[in-house]
Ligand binder design. Structure first.
Ligand code: HEM
Length: 355
């Protein structure tokens, strides 16, 4: 049989995927200035074990929370850097524009509660020395590991931001699910993330859920031609056009962190345009294929990309603060029980210092 042009295209993609897989070795990025792998070694040596132990308990009851925590770290880092600003519910002036911004409305409420709970446990053990943004980064890492993904070290030493972010800034920094690869690549390039990082980070969609509203533009009024027919039929059954409630769809094997996401993309079964277009676009197709055929390679690249993402515009040293309560800045003058909690914590710290 003579090779057709589609054979040649397929062969070229496979070759570039194999070439990509064989010529790249993962370079773990160094910690940013002011951060280190062992930042809390003396001030809070049990930090990581406290977080991992608690998250094991949480995930035993509901492994779905892992996806929520991983997404929370992404939304934190992409908007004004990994400074915990996404956790701020507001100030005396009203609710946070960042949390109320459309892409953040579908963050899991429970993810915020889990971070608060972890913060309380860590500060109880060590005093107010660990930032909320570091706790989010560690929780995201544990979410990956405890769902079956790669193990990696998290550079620590982030400080928490003290300013609330506007809706416009939030929207400008979080790409929407209807974004094509061109938009994704240029958006991520502004954060020093390259096409390999973009494809690897999108692989986080191997776990978790989505609301219908995040992808029904691909079903109605016309079906996206890049979507597999059977997949579209199933999605339409869960997300009818006339639906009055925004149903939830499991992203394939929603609780296991693996490379099936990329296999799905090759089978035209990606959920969002931003996912599927990574396979349609010639700039990223070879990377998708290389991850689909080689999970180890995906894991290596994912780790590199997560470490890079986790260091976007971090505050370190004397910048920012260590929040006493992750959902408010220390200076926010709101009368909530958190201030009582803060006062108690400060007293505990003071007593610890007097011992
Ligand atoms: C590249 C651009 C990205 C876009 C456009 C995007 C968009 C979305 C959307 C629309 C959802 C579903 C929200 C819903 O309807 O409930 C979602 C879910 C999710 N995203 Fe992304 N995302 C992107 C990148 C990332 C990155 C970089 C990560 C983490 C490293 C990530 C992790 C997740 C996870 C884990 C979920 C499932 C959340 C859950 O189950 O609660 N995403 N994403």
């Amino acid at each position: 049989m003579a090779p057709t042009s589609s054979h040649v295209v397929a062969l070229t993609i496979m070759l570039s995927a194999v070439l990509f897989a064989s010529t790249t070795t993962a370079q773990i990025p160094a910690p940013a200035k002011g951060m280190s792998w062992t930042f809390y070694k003396s001030s809070c040596p049990k930090l990581e074990s406290i977080i991992t132990k608690r998250l094991k308990e949480v995930f035993k009851k509901d492994i779905g929370q892992a996806a929520g925590l991983l997404r929370l770290h992404f939304h934190d880092c992409f908007v004004e850097g990994c400074d915990g600003s996404v956790l701020l519910t507001g100030s005396a002036g009203g609710p946070s524009a960042e949390q109320g911004s459309p892409p953040n409305l579908s963050l899991r409420k429970e993810a915020f509660r889990i971070i608060d709970d972890l913060r309380a446990r860590v500060h109880k053990e060590c005093g107010r020395v660990v930032s909320c943004s570091d706790i989010v980064a560690l929780a995201a890492r544990d979410s990956v590991v405890l769902s079956g993904g790669p193990k990696y070290q998290v550079a620590l030493g982030r400080r928490d931001g003290t300013t609330l972010v506007t809706q416009d800034t939030t929207l400008a920094n979080l790409p929407p699910p209807f974004a094509t690869t061109g938009t994704i690549l240029s958006s991520l390039a502004t954060k020093n993330l390259n096409p390999t990082d973009a494809v690897a980070l999108s692989g986080a969609h191997t776990i978790g859920i989505s609301h219908c509203s995040s992808f029904t533009d691909r079903l109605y009024p016309n079906q996206d031609p890049s979507m597999d027919q059977t997949f579209a039929k199933n999605l339409k059954a869960t997300c009818p056009q006339a639906a009055t409630t925004d149903n939830i769809v499991d992203i394939r094997s929603p609780n296991v962190f693996d490379n099936k996401y990329y296999v799905d993309l090759m089978n035209r079964q990606g959920l969002f345009t931003s996912d599927q277009d990574l396979y349609t676009d010639s700039r990223t197709r070879g990377i998708v294929t290389s991850f689909a055929i080689n999970q180890t390679l995906f894991f290596e690249k994912f780790v590199v990309a997560m470490i890079k993402m986790g260091q976007i515009s971090v505050l370190t040293g004397k910048q920012g603060e260590i929040r006493a309560n992750c959902s408010v800045t220390n200076s926010a003058k709101v009368q909530t029980s958190s201030f009582l909690e803060e006062a108690v914590e400060e007293a505990v710290e003071l007593l610890a210092g007097m011992r």
